[in-house]
Design a protein around this ligand. Structure first.
Ligand code: ATP
Length: 594
């Protein structure tokens, strides 16, 4: 039977079998049986795009994340928006009696609701019909159209089938098997070919005969390549050991969008980490690329950032797309690698050689198109006291210091790269290592009270540039201190310092003791330049910090924070609502999984 005529219910049985099968071998053998018995080689793509929906680039995006999908399903089912089932769908994340054990799994919550409304017998939908309807769903421009497609789907399926369709739309089938395993069962060269083309249709068509091997293909201009990724390591020592004896460059891990820029004459394409076209970037930047990338054909690998001229730093992640839509101003392409030049792929050359090519091929433009090469490009302006973005490390201390400086500069972490390594599509085996602090995430902000201040140096000399912050002790409002200074702009720090100025008291060590409200350990010499004279005059700061807190010897709190960063100033919170020591300990222990 041809795949197109194959009923979707057959594919659902495969999904159910694969989900139930315990071993990868069993899952693969079910998949093989399905291919052999129900698919024609010419139509493999129709089925495989439904099995690996997250890799299918033939259809645009559905524009349906869980919350929108919930409202569309509610309307498609014709149920009242305030009914119990509607609320179940809308509040799918929340536990409790309404959503039951399925809370947090949208498709299971949806299946529960659908079961009460759809019959048991299959509606006879074929794989072809499903693909056509999914095409319509992706191309429909408003919610009403999407709802109408969903209602057609509901009429042609039962609850089981519809549950799988919801999972296909959300692009996660939870089959308990990796895409690698599906690729290997399909064809021994499928994964390699996909990694260099990101084209599932092409893979299905070119490799329809499992017995015919495909010559390893190199990357091409115009076809997205699956990006090389970084392996996470716990600390600088581990990273340094892994690269023992190698020449290592450490780079700032920028918090923007991964981009792959393909230039072919006057044609430019931007691809995302998930190999989607970033047309808004192409639109905004292609003339810059055509003029300043000196090779006719070229692929650059890098990060898209926004340079905020008012604060002279890269803007927080999330603003890129908005800015790209509005105008080009501010968008900054940072190229950290080059993969193709002229008519050859250069991924087999060493990173050191690729850095040289990057310098030859790209004509950097400050704040617009930059290159990340040690002592060049972005680093050309790297003076004492200014952020440094990449560096050849000669010891673990270099790595530690670079990491600390990077975090203090609000960046995400660092990437260590072996300068002798080649660039490998989709590789995460350790040629690049990433080191990031684990911040206590939003939702568990630490609201701490300012209890003292430290004067800055240079142009911030004589004015408070860093704060000593403390926690309350239950029930007496004593505070436990920790120094924190990064995360706010100079203006924000200045505003806080000005507000506190009337209440700041100088402290002259060793004569005067700290105000009696504050408790620090006796053997510590750590003192701020000024104290806030009493807690009720002070201001709360919301901070985030590395959860790998360290036992504090300097201060009286049982733990101190590594790399604390100020998130925002809480002028709205009264001083006594700051975090207390006990809650802090609970947070730390929850974070450490103890
Ligand atoms: P994360 O959420 O940590 O970014 P990830 O799985 O998307 O995880 P990783 O492999 O962990 O990606 O890290 C590589 C990503 O870091 C790249 O996709 C890129 O977007 C970003 N990045 C920022 N700066 C650099 C850099 N200098 N070199 C390589 N990647 C960088």
């Amino acid at each position: 039977m041809a795949t197109d005529e194959t009923k979707f219910s057959v594919l659902c049985s495969l999904f159910n079998w694969m989900q139930k099968s315990k071993t990868s071998t069993l899952k693969r053998s079910k998949f093989r049986k399905f291919l052999d018995n129900f698919c024609k080689p010419a139509n493999y793509f129709s089925a495989i795009r439904l099995i690996l929906p997250s890799l299918d680039r033939e259809r645009g995006s559905y524009g349906l994340k869980e919350s929108v999908l919930a409202t569309c399903l509610i309307d498609a089912l014709g149920i009242a928006r305030d009914s119990e089932d509607a609320l179940r769908l809308i509040n799918w994340r929340k536990g409790g009696a309404k959503t039951g054990a399925n809370a947090g799994n949208f498709s299971l919550v949806a299946a529960e609701v659908l079961q009460r409304r759809q019959g048991l017998s299959s509606g006879g939908l074929t794989i072809k019909e499903l693909n056509d309807l999914l095409d319509r769903l992706a191309s429909s421009e408003n919610r009403a159209e999407k709802t109408s497609v969903l209602s057609t789907l509901i009429n042609k399926t039962n609850a089981q089938e519809m549950k799988w369709i919801v999972m296909i739309i959300l692009k996660d089938l939870k089959l308990g098997t990796s895409e690698k395993s599906i690729f290997h069962e399909f064809h021994p060269d499928a994964e390699d070919l996909f990694n260099v083309t990101c084209d599932l249709k092409l893979v299905c068509e070119k490799l329809s005969d499992r017995n015919q091997r495909h010559k390893r293909q190199d990357i091409e201009v115009g076809k997205a390549v699956r990006p090389q990724l970084a392996m996470r390591v716990g600390d600088a020592n581990i990273a340094w050991k892994k690269f023992h004896g190698k020449e290592v460059v450490v780079e700032c891990k920028f918090d923007g969008d991964r981009i792959q820029i393909h230039k072919n004459g006057t044609e430019v394409h931007y691809f995302s980490r998930n190999f989607l076209e970033h047309s808004e970037y192409t639109h905004a930047m292609s003339d810059i690329i055509v003029e300043n990338v000196l090779a006719d054909r070229c692929i650059l690998d890098g990060e898209m950032l926004v340079w905020d001229t008012s604060s002279s730093r890269f803007a927080e992640f999330g603003s890129n797309q908005e800015i790209a839509k509005a105008a080009r101003d501010g968008l900054d392409n940072v190229a950290f690698d080059i993969l193709y030049v002229g008519d050859t792929s250069v991924i087999h050359q060493s990173l050191k050689e690729r850095h040289e090519l990057l310098q030859k091929v790209v004509n950097p433009l400050k704040g617009c198109l930059e290159i990340l090469v040690p002592n060049r490009g972005l680093n050309a302006h790297c003076n004492e006291g200014e952020p440094c973005w990449s560096l050849i490390a000669t010891s673990v201390d270099d790595v530690e210091k670079f990491f600390k400086d990077t975090i203090e500069n609000r960046d995400e972490g660092i990437v260590l790269k072996d300068l002798g390594s080649k660039w490998e599509p989709s590789d995460r085996s350790g040629k690049w290592l990433k080191l990031k602090p684990d911040y206590i995430r939003a939702g568990s902000d630490l609201d701490v009270l300012i209890i003292g201040g430290y004067y800055g140096s240079g142009r911030r000399g004589g004015v408070v540039a860093q704060f000593l912050v403390g926690l309350a002790e239950r029930p007496v409002p004593n505070t436990y201190p920790r120094r924190v200074g990064t995360g706010l702009s100079d203006e924000e720090i200045e505003a806080v310092a000005t507000k506190l100025k009337p209440y700041l008291r100088k402290y002259e060590y060793p004569k005067k003791a700290p105000p009696s409200f504050y408790q620090v350990t006796n053997n510590s010499k750590e003192r701020p330049d000024v104290w806030v004279e009493s807690p009720e005059k002070s201001i709360i700061l919301s901070i985030t910090s590395d959860i790998r807190t360290i036992k504090s010897e300097v201060f009286a709190a049982p733990y101190s924070l590594r790399f604390p960063r100020i998130d925002r100033v809480r002028y709205d919170k009264p001083w006594h609502e700051c975090l207390d020591v006990q809650s802090f300990i609970e947070l730390v222990q929850a974070g450490n999984g103890t």
